[in-house]
Design a protein around this ligand. Sequence first.
Ligand SMILES: C[S@@+](CC[C@H](N)C(=O)[O-])C[C@H]1O[C@@H](n2cnc3c(N)ncnc32)[C@H](O)[C@@H]1O
Length: 231
Amino acid sequence: MDKLSPGDNSLSLYVLRSLPEHYFEVVVDAGCGSGRQTMVLASDLGTPIQAIDSYQPFLNRLNRRAKEKGLAHLVRGHCMDMKDIPSVFPTIDLLWAEGAAYNIGFANALATWRRAIKPDGFAVVSELCWLREEIPDAVSEFFRWGYPDMQSGPQNIAIAEQAGYKIFNTYTVPREAWIKDYYDVLESRAKSLVNHPDVGVRNFAVETLKEIEMFKISQDSYGYVFFVLQR
Ligand SMILES: C[S@@+](CC[C@H](N)C(=O)[O-])C[C@H]1O[C@@H](n2cnc3c(N)ncnc32)[C@H](O)[C@@H]1O
Protein backbone atom coordinates (compact mmCIF):
# COMPACT_ATOMS: atom_id res chain seq x y z
CA MET A 1 0.00 0.00 0.00
CA ASP A 2 1.14 3.56 -0.65
CA LYS A 3 -0.07 4.61 2.75
CA LEU A 4 0.82 2.40 5.71
CA SER A 5 -0.67 4.36 8.59
CA PRO A 6 -3.41 6.94 9.08
CA GLY A 7 -2.20 10.21 7.59
CA ASP A 8 -2.57 12.59 4.76
CA ASN A 9 -0.19 14.53 2.52
CA SER A 10 -1.87 17.85 3.14
CA LEU A 11 -1.62 17.35 6.90
CA SER A 12 2.04 16.32 6.69
CA LEU A 13 2.69 19.46 4.66
CA TYR A 14 0.72 21.63 7.08
CA VAL A 15 2.69 20.29 10.05
CA LEU A 16 5.99 20.67 8.18
CA ARG A 17 5.20 24.28 7.29
CA SER A 18 4.22 25.04 10.88
CA LEU A 19 7.89 24.68 11.83
CA PRO A 20 9.80 27.94 12.14
CA GLU A 21 11.74 29.04 9.06
CA HIS A 22 14.86 26.94 9.23
CA TYR A 23 17.36 25.28 6.95
CA PHE A 24 17.09 21.55 7.61
CA GLU A 25 20.32 20.06 6.39
CA VAL A 26 20.02 16.56 7.85
CA VAL A 27 16.46 15.22 7.65
CA VAL A 28 15.62 11.67 8.73
CA ASP A 29 12.29 9.95 8.04
CA ALA A 30 12.16 7.07 10.56
CA GLY A 31 9.96 4.09 9.63
CA CYS A 32 9.33 5.65 6.22
CA GLY A 33 7.48 2.61 4.84
CA SER A 34 6.67 3.06 1.17
CA GLY A 35 7.33 6.76 1.54
CA ARG A 36 4.08 8.71 1.42
CA GLN A 37 5.40 11.39 3.79
CA THR A 38 8.97 11.08 2.42
CA MET A 39 7.73 12.51 -0.90
CA VAL A 40 6.09 15.42 0.91
CA LEU A 41 9.28 16.18 2.84
CA ALA A 42 11.53 15.89 -0.22
CA SER A 43 9.39 17.98 -2.54
CA ASP A 44 8.73 20.73 -0.02
CA LEU A 45 12.19 20.99 1.58
CA GLY A 46 14.21 20.27 -1.56
CA THR A 47 16.92 18.72 0.62
CA PRO A 48 18.01 15.07 0.82
CA ILE A 49 15.79 12.90 3.00
CA GLN A 50 17.39 9.94 4.79
CA ALA A 51 14.53 7.45 4.64
CA ILE A 52 14.89 4.60 7.12
CA ASP A 53 12.99 1.36 7.26
CA SER A 54 13.83 -2.19 8.30
CA TYR A 55 11.81 -3.76 5.46
CA GLN A 56 13.60 -3.64 2.09
CA PRO A 57 10.48 -4.20 -0.10
CA PHE A 58 9.02 -0.94 1.28
CA LEU A 59 12.26 0.85 0.43
CA ASN A 60 12.13 -0.58 -3.10
CA ARG A 61 8.66 0.86 -3.48
CA LEU A 62 9.83 4.18 -2.04
CA ASN A 63 12.65 4.30 -4.62
CA ARG A 64 10.24 3.57 -7.48
CA ARG A 65 7.89 6.25 -6.26
CA ALA A 66 10.70 8.79 -5.89
CA LYS A 67 11.78 8.09 -9.47
CA GLU A 68 8.23 8.50 -10.78
CA LYS A 69 7.91 11.85 -9.01
CA GLY A 70 11.33 13.11 -10.14
CA LEU A 71 12.57 13.13 -6.54
CA ALA A 72 15.08 10.25 -6.74
CA HIS A 73 18.02 12.65 -6.30
CA LEU A 74 16.62 13.69 -2.90
CA VAL A 75 15.54 10.33 -1.45
CA ARG A 76 18.15 8.10 0.20
CA GLY A 77 16.78 4.79 1.47
CA HIS A 78 18.53 2.93 4.31
CA CYS A 79 17.52 -0.56 5.37
CA MET A 80 18.25 -0.40 9.09
CA ASP A 81 16.71 -0.39 12.53
CA MET A 82 15.39 2.97 13.68
CA LYS A 83 16.93 2.40 17.10
CA ASP A 84 20.36 2.74 15.45
CA ILE A 85 19.67 6.19 14.01
CA PRO A 86 22.02 8.04 16.44
CA SER A 87 25.05 6.00 15.44
CA VAL A 88 24.44 6.53 11.70
CA PHE A 89 23.04 10.09 11.76
CA PRO A 90 24.49 11.80 14.84
CA THR A 91 23.56 15.41 13.91
CA ILE A 92 19.93 15.65 12.79
CA ASP A 93 18.10 18.92 12.12
CA LEU A 94 14.67 17.33 11.61
CA LEU A 95 13.57 13.84 12.55
CA TRP A 96 10.17 12.84 11.15
CA ALA A 97 8.31 9.65 12.16
CA GLU A 98 4.70 9.05 11.10
CA GLY A 99 2.97 6.03 12.58
CA ALA A 100 6.28 4.33 13.29
CA ALA A 101 7.83 5.27 16.66
CA TYR A 102 5.64 2.74 18.53
CA ASN A 103 7.70 -0.05 16.98
CA ILE A 104 10.48 0.66 19.47
CA GLY A 105 8.18 2.26 22.07
CA PHE A 106 7.26 5.97 21.94
CA ALA A 107 9.22 6.93 25.09
CA ASN A 108 12.23 4.88 24.04
CA ALA A 109 12.16 6.31 20.51
CA LEU A 110 12.09 9.90 21.78
CA ALA A 111 14.90 9.32 24.25
CA THR A 112 17.02 7.43 21.69
CA TRP A 113 16.58 9.96 18.89
CA ARG A 114 17.16 13.00 21.12
CA ARG A 115 20.82 12.03 21.37
CA ALA A 116 21.12 12.62 17.62
CA ILE A 117 19.01 15.78 17.28
CA LYS A 118 20.96 19.05 17.22
CA PRO A 119 20.16 21.64 19.90
CA ASP A 120 17.03 23.51 18.70
CA GLY A 121 16.43 20.78 16.11
CA PHE A 122 12.99 19.19 15.73
CA ALA A 123 11.34 15.80 16.14
CA VAL A 124 7.90 15.41 14.54
CA VAL A 125 6.44 12.13 15.72
CA SER A 126 2.89 10.84 15.37
CA GLU A 127 1.58 8.43 17.96
CA LEU A 128 -1.69 6.63 18.70
CA CYS A 129 -3.30 8.21 21.79
CA TRP A 130 -6.44 8.02 23.86
CA LEU A 131 -8.39 11.19 23.06
CA ARG A 132 -11.25 10.87 25.54
CA GLU A 133 -11.88 9.40 28.95
CA GLU A 134 -15.07 7.65 27.86
CA ILE A 135 -13.98 4.65 25.84
CA PRO A 136 -16.41 1.98 24.59
CA ASP A 137 -15.70 -1.29 26.46
CA ALA A 138 -14.95 -3.27 23.30
CA VAL A 139 -12.43 -0.63 22.21
CA SER A 140 -10.57 -0.54 25.52
CA GLU A 141 -10.55 -4.36 25.58
CA PHE A 142 -9.12 -4.48 22.04
CA PHE A 143 -6.28 -2.07 22.81
CA ARG A 144 -5.58 -3.59 26.21
CA TRP A 145 -4.32 -6.50 24.15
CA GLY A 146 -3.38 -4.69 20.92
CA TYR A 147 -1.49 -1.68 22.30
CA PRO A 148 -1.28 -1.84 26.09
CA ASP A 149 1.22 1.07 26.19
CA MET A 150 -1.22 3.51 24.58
CA GLN A 151 -1.32 6.80 26.55
CA SER A 152 -3.40 9.96 26.46
CA GLY A 153 -2.14 13.11 24.70
CA PRO A 154 -1.17 14.83 28.00
CA GLN A 155 0.63 11.68 29.16
CA ASN A 156 2.63 11.63 25.93
CA ILE A 157 3.43 15.32 26.34
CA ALA A 158 4.81 14.50 29.79
CA ILE A 159 6.83 11.65 28.28
CA ALA A 160 8.28 14.01 25.66
CA GLU A 161 9.17 16.61 28.29
CA GLN A 162 10.81 13.96 30.45
CA ALA A 163 12.84 12.90 27.42
CA GLY A 164 14.16 16.47 27.18
CA TYR A 165 12.02 18.12 24.51
CA LYS A 166 10.03 21.35 24.46
CA ILE A 167 6.51 20.94 23.09
CA PHE A 168 6.19 23.10 20.03
CA ASN A 169 2.71 21.99 19.00
CA THR A 170 0.36 19.02 18.61
CA TYR A 171 -2.09 18.12 15.80
CA THR A 172 -4.68 15.37 15.75
CA VAL A 173 -4.95 13.41 12.50
CA PRO A 174 -8.54 13.85 11.24
CA ARG A 175 -10.88 10.88 10.96
CA GLU A 176 -11.00 11.01 7.14
CA ALA A 177 -7.22 10.42 7.00
CA TRP A 178 -7.80 6.98 8.56
CA ILE A 179 -10.27 6.00 5.89
CA LYS A 180 -9.11 7.48 2.58
CA ASP A 181 -6.44 5.29 0.93
CA TYR A 182 -5.95 3.39 4.20
CA TYR A 183 -8.87 1.58 5.84
CA ASP A 184 -10.88 1.76 2.60
CA VAL A 185 -8.10 -0.22 0.86
CA LEU A 186 -7.21 -2.41 3.83
CA GLU A 187 -10.78 -3.46 4.58
CA SER A 188 -11.47 -4.94 1.16
CA ARG A 189 -8.06 -6.64 1.05
CA ALA A 190 -8.55 -8.14 4.51
CA LYS A 191 -12.02 -9.38 3.55
CA SER A 192 -10.56 -11.17 0.54
CA LEU A 193 -8.04 -12.98 2.79
CA VAL A 194 -10.21 -14.28 5.64
CA ASN A 195 -10.42 -17.72 4.01
CA HIS A 196 -6.76 -17.88 2.96
CA PRO A 197 -5.18 -21.37 3.32
CA ASP A 198 -2.36 -19.99 5.50
CA VAL A 199 -3.60 -19.61 9.08
CA GLY A 200 -1.18 -16.74 9.72
CA VAL A 201 -2.67 -14.75 6.84
CA ARG A 202 -6.22 -15.64 7.94
CA ASN A 203 -5.59 -14.50 11.50
CA PHE A 204 -3.98 -11.27 10.33
CA ALA A 205 -6.94 -10.55 8.06
CA VAL A 206 -9.42 -11.17 10.90
CA GLU A 207 -7.38 -9.00 13.27
CA THR A 208 -7.28 -6.19 10.71
CA LEU A 209 -11.06 -6.32 10.25
CA LYS A 210 -11.48 -6.22 14.04
CA GLU A 211 -9.25 -3.15 14.21
CA ILE A 212 -11.34 -1.42 11.54
CA GLU A 213 -14.52 -2.37 13.39
CA MET A 214 -13.09 -0.80 16.56
CA PHE A 215 -12.40 2.39 14.65
CA LYS A 216 -16.02 2.49 13.46
CA ILE A 217 -17.39 2.19 17.00
CA SER A 218 -14.64 4.22 18.68
CA GLN A 219 -16.65 7.44 19.13
CA ASP A 220 -13.35 9.25 18.53
CA SER A 221 -11.97 7.86 21.80
CA TYR A 222 -8.54 7.41 20.22
CA GLY A 223 -6.59 8.84 17.34
CA TYR A 224 -3.19 9.64 15.95
CA VAL A 225 -1.57 12.79 17.29
CA PHE A 226 1.46 14.59 15.86
CA PHE A 227 3.85 15.74 18.57
CA VAL A 228 6.01 18.55 17.25
CA LEU A 229 8.97 18.64 19.60
CA GLN A 230 12.04 20.83 19.82
CA ARG A 231 15.26 19.75 21.44
C1 LIG B 1 2.79 1.66 10.18
S1 LIG B 1 4.16 1.76 9.08
C2 LIG B 1 4.21 3.50 8.72
C3 LIG B 1 4.96 3.79 7.45
C4 LIG B 1 4.92 5.24 6.93
N1 LIG B 1 5.52 6.16 7.86
C5 LIG B 1 3.50 5.66 6.61
O1 LIG B 1 2.91 6.36 7.44
O2 LIG B 1 2.99 5.29 5.55
C6 LIG B 1 5.56 1.51 10.16
C7 LIG B 1 6.88 1.29 9.42
O3 LIG B 1 7.93 1.10 10.37
C8 LIG B 1 8.80 0.08 9.87
N2 LIG B 1 9.52 -0.48 11.04
C9 LIG B 1 9.02 -1.27 12.02
N3 LIG B 1 9.96 -1.48 12.96
C10 LIG B 1 11.07 -0.83 12.53
C11 LIG B 1 12.39 -0.67 13.07
N4 LIG B 1 12.71 -1.19 14.26
N5 LIG B 1 13.28 0.07 12.38
C12 LIG B 1 12.95 0.63 11.19
N6 LIG B 1 11.72 0.53 10.63
C13 LIG B 1 10.80 -0.19 11.30
C14 LIG B 1 7.88 -0.89 9.18
O4 LIG B 1 8.59 -1.68 8.24
C15 LIG B 1 6.88 0.06 8.53
O5 LIG B 1 7.30 0.45 7.25
